[in-house]
Design a protein around this ligand. Structure first.
Ligand SMILES: *Cc1c(COP(=O)(O)O)cnc(C)c1O
Length: 420
């Protein structure tokens, strides 16, 4: 498609967009009574208009039924997490039995590593991203230390080559090969939060398994953004949050995936809680943990209903829109954004450098603004644009297909051009 940097052209693309009516299902923050150009759906997704009623329903049922709401509520709380499973499983390409919504992302990472990072003297290393999201770094370091290993030699960090922004796939494969006798686990983000680079999870999983390692992914920036086929790729485990692309509200309930091949293993170490024991016997209050033979086995506690209500409302929208359609629109949105950035570059000395690799990206486009500092970001905010800023000079823009428009992208370009 040949793009044009004009408002009319942007409006024409919006008019042709098969998903255009979804924007009206969200509450868009305003600036001078116009919708803000919101490019931070990768940080906190916007609020669906249905979230409030979904939470209100549970408040009402709590008021009406008290404890009986566990069974009598419109959506009985006892089984509330199950209302989310099918729609969530579709988004990450999993069987229903492989997915459960529970806890927070970092909690799930720890719980799954308790089961899947089982270092021995021989095999104790973890392959991870250099400069992974800090919470993941802390989780990995502390897990390594918990098993009395030293993060300095137990964590192998994948970094871009000197002068490059992305990790080369061949370098990942060679790191796996090089550590083939000592590698216990590969644990990386499916999408790098900084560069927006999408990793070839299928190939990495295959390569990891070939040398006898377990393979897990943090999908905080992947779930609801890119095509995922966790089951078919044979990924061992994964976790993600639901407040970024999945629009479930700040700190909302997170997701976990465990491949079905692990569900029946009886020798798997884990931290257990009563929500992981079989439903039929849970309320006999016995002292023997009888694990559910699905991902639900990793559940600890009864469900946080209000967070799950918001998550449920959001997943219903995803289900209606369909991941395939969202990804198709996302590709055009990011292409248009890149076109606009390159167009601006023509008159601005090529000061903007896109670092997200074209063939390996989801919604996010990370841009280095050469010669500019945080004042540029502050001015963008003052002008009604919310991108994300990472020191020293990276602007992360995530136009998301559910609620961002081509007009948003045009307006962003127009404002950015004026500020440079
Ligand atoms: C957003 C994000 C987190 C945040 O963790 P919480 O436990 O949800 O606070 C962790 N890891 C990655 C990769 C993220 O993108």
């Amino acid at each position: 498609m040949t793009f044009e940097n004009s408002i009319d052209f942007a409006k024409k693309l919006d008019a042709q967009d098969p998903l255009k009516e979804f924007r009206a299902r969200f509450l868009l923050p305003q600036h001078n009574s116009e919708p803000i150009v919101y490019f931070t759906g990768n940080s906190l997704g916007l609020q669906p208009k249905t979230s409030q009623a979904a939470i209100q329903q549970e408040l009402n049922d709590w008021a009406t039924f008290g404890v009986e709401g566990h069974f009598l509520a419109k959506n009985p709380w006892m089984h509330y997490h199950e209302f989310l499973t099918e729609k969530m499983a579709k988004i990450v390409g999993a069987k229903n039995s492989e997915v459960v919504m529970m806890n927070q992302l970092t909690v799930n990472l720890h719980l799954l590593m308790v089961s899947f990072y089982r270092p021995t003297k021989q095999r104790y290393k973890i392959l991870c991203e250099s400069k992974a999201f800090p919470s993941d770094q802390y989780a990995l370091q502390s897990q390594v230390k918990f098993h009395n290993f030293d993060p300095k030699n137990a964590l192998i960090e994948l970094a871009p080559r000197e002068g490059e922004y992305n990790v080369r796939h061949e370098d990942i494969l060679s790191a796996i090969e090089k550590n083939k006798d000592s590698l216990a686990l590969i644990m990386i983000g499916g999408v790098n939060y900084f560069s927006g680079q999408v990793f070839d999870m299928k190939a990495i999983t295959e390569a990891g398994h070939k040398v006898g390692a377990i393979v897990g992914f943090d999908l905080a920036h992947g779930a609801g953004n890119i095509n995922l086929e966790l089951h078919h790729w044979n990924v061992d485990f994964a976790c993600w949050c639901s407040y970024k692309y999945l629009n479930s509200g700040p700190g909302s309930v997170a997701g976990a995936f465990v491949h079905e091949q692990h569900h029946k293993k009886t020798d798997m170490p884990m931290f257990a809680g009563w929500w992981g024991t079989k439903k039929e016997t849970r309320f006999l209050m016995g002292n023997v943990f009888d694990p559910i033979e699905t991902a639900e086995r990793w559940q600890l506690s009864n469900a946080p209903i209000f967070a799950m209500a918001a998550c449920k409302a959001s997943l219903e929208i995803f289900d209606e829109a369909g991941m395939k359609n969202l990804i198709a629109k996302s590709k055009i949105l990011t292409s248009y954004l890149e076109f606009i950035i390159n167009d601006i570059n023509k008159t601005k000395n090529n000061c903007l450098e896109i670092i997200t690799p074209k063939e390996l990206q989801g919604c996010q486009v990370s841009v280095v603004a050469h010669g500019y500092g945080k004042t540029l970001y502050n001015k963008l905010i003052e002008s009604g644009v919310i991108p994300d800023w990472r020191e020293p000079n990276v602007i992360r823009c995530a136009p998301v297909p559910l609620y961002n428009s081509f007009e948003d992208i045009y307006r962003f370009g127009n404002i950015l051009k004026r500020l440079l």
